[in-house]
Design a protein around this ligand. Structure first.
Ligand code: AVJ
Length: 327
C-alpha cells in the first residue's frame, strides 16, 4: 500500500443557506441596515482577502507574520509548556500561512499534537484538509467547517487533551468590544484550567495607517465588501447592481473602532428571492468593525474573562501583538 503521509483527516459542515438568507433579510430590513462580515468569506471572498493581505496598505498580516517567523521558537515553547499531548485548535484558520510557521516548528521538534482548524468557509477547510498533509507530512489534521463555538464543542467531544486555541489575525477585532469581552468569557467557559489561548490583536496606532489599511488605493477592500452583495446575488437570487454602491471606511482614534459601510448611490429597489428591499440615496449598510486595542485593554479583557496573560510577542513597529493567555 502506497501511503505518503500518516495524516488523518475529516470535516464537518454546519452552515446552511437558510441561515445565510435569514441573517441577510434580518440585516437588510433593520434600521439602520447591516450585514454580517462573517459572510464575506465565500470562495470569491477568500480570494479577495488573499489579495488584500498582499496589498501595500494592509499591514496586520505582515506584522503577525513577522512575529511568527522571528519568534517561532519562543512562541512554540510557551505553547508546548510541560510537553504533554495537546490539541492545537485554530479559530478562523484561513489559509493557515501564519500558523504553518508554528506547525512546522512543532512537527520538527516532535511535539505531540493534533491540528484542528475551524473556519466558517467550507472552501478553506477542504483546502487545508488536502494541502497541509502535503506541505507538513505527518500532521494530524481534522478540519471543522462551522461556527466557532459549535466546532469548539465538537473538538472537545472528539478529544479530551489539553487545548491550545489560536485566534489570529485580529479576527477578534470583527466584534465590538463588549461582544469581544463576552466572546472571551465564553471561550474560557469552553476551556479547562491549564488550557491556553494564542490570540493576535491589532493595536491602536497612527489613525492614517489604520484607515489606509481599510481604504486601500487599489480598491481591493471595496471589492471585498461589494462581494457580499454579489454573494447574495449568487446564492440567494439577489439582483444587486454593485455599481450603485460605494465603500466608505472610518477610523476613530478615541475608541479604536475602524468601521466600513456600503453607501447606496441612488434610490433603488433590490430583489432578494421573493422579497424586495428599498434603499434611499446615501443610505448606508453597516458591514464590518475592525476594532483596535491598547495593551491595557487587552490584559483587562483577558483577566475579565478569567484568563491569566502569560506572554506578549510584538512586531518591530509594535503595531500588532500575539498574546498567550492561560485558562
Ligand atoms: C479578518 C479580521 C483579519 O478586520 O482586519 C480586512 C478583515 N476587513 N480588511 C480585519 C478585513 C477589511 C480582517 N480580519
Amino acid at each position: 500500500m502506497a501511503s505518503t503521509t500518516t495524516a488523518t483527516q475529516a470535516s464537518v459542515n454546519t452552515i446552511t443557506d437558510e441561515q445565510f438568507y435569514k441573517d441577510v433579510m434580518a440585516g437588510l430590513t433593520a434600521n439602520p441596515k447591516r450585514l454580517d462580515s462573517k459572510y464575506f468569506y465565500d470562495a470569491q471572498g477568500d480570494k479577495l482577502f488573499q489579495e488584500l493581505m498582499g496589498c501595500e496598505e494592509y499591514y496586520p498580516t505582515n506584522c503577525e507574520m513577522e512575529i511568527f517567523t522571528s519568534q517561532t521558537a519562543e512562541i512554540c515553547k510557551a505553547i508546548i509548556a510541560d510537553g504533554d499531548a495537546f490539541d492545537l485548535i485554530e479559530l478562523g484558520a484561513g489559509d493557515a500561512t501564519k500558523s504553518t510557521q508554528l506547525l512546522k516548528y512543532l512537527i520538527d521538534n516532535k511535539a505531540d499534537f493534533s491540528y484542528l482548524p475551524i473556519d466558517i468557509s467550507e472552501n478553506v477547510i477542504s483546502y487545508l484538509n488536502i494541502t497541509l498533509p502535503v506541505t507538513l507530512p505527518g500532521i494530524k489534521i481534522t478540519g471543522l467547517n462551522g461556527e466557532y463555538f459549535d466546532m469548539l464543542k465538537k473538538a472537545a467531544a472528539i478529544s479530551n487533551k489539553r487545548k491550545v486555541v489560536m485566534f489570529l489575525g485580529s479576527n477578534i477585532g470583527n466584534m465590538p468590544i463588549p461582544v469581544a469581552q463576552g466572546f472571551c468569557r465564553e471561550l474560557r467557559k469552553n476551556l479547562s484550567e491549564g488550557d491556553m489561548m494564542l490570540i493576535g490583536i491589532d493595536l491602536k496606532k497612527n489613525p492614517k495607517t489604520v484607515l489606509a489599511a481599510y481604504n486601500d488605493k487599489g480598491g481591493i477592500t471595496k471589492r471585498f465588501n461589494l462581494n457580499l452583495l454579489e454573494r447574495i446575488n449568487r446564492e440567494l437570487g439577489g439582483d444587486f447592481n454593485t455599481s450603485h454602491f460605494d465603500h466608505y471606511a472610518t477610523y476613530d482614534p478615541e475608541t479604536g473602532a475602524c468601521k466600513s459601510y456600503l453607501i447606496s448611490l441612488t434610490d433603488q429597489k433590490v430583489k432578494i428571492g421573493d422579497e424586495t428591499v428599498s434603499f434611499v440615496k446615501d443610505e448606508y449598510i453597516y458591514m464590518e468593525i475592525s476594532q483596535k486595542y491598547a495593551i491595557k485593554q487587552i490584559n483587562d479583557m483577558a483577566e475579565g474573562a478569567g484568563f491569566k496573560p502569560l506572554n506578549q510577542f510584538f512586531d518591530n513597529k509594535k503595531w500588532f501583538v500575539d498574546n498567550i493567555w492561560m485558562a
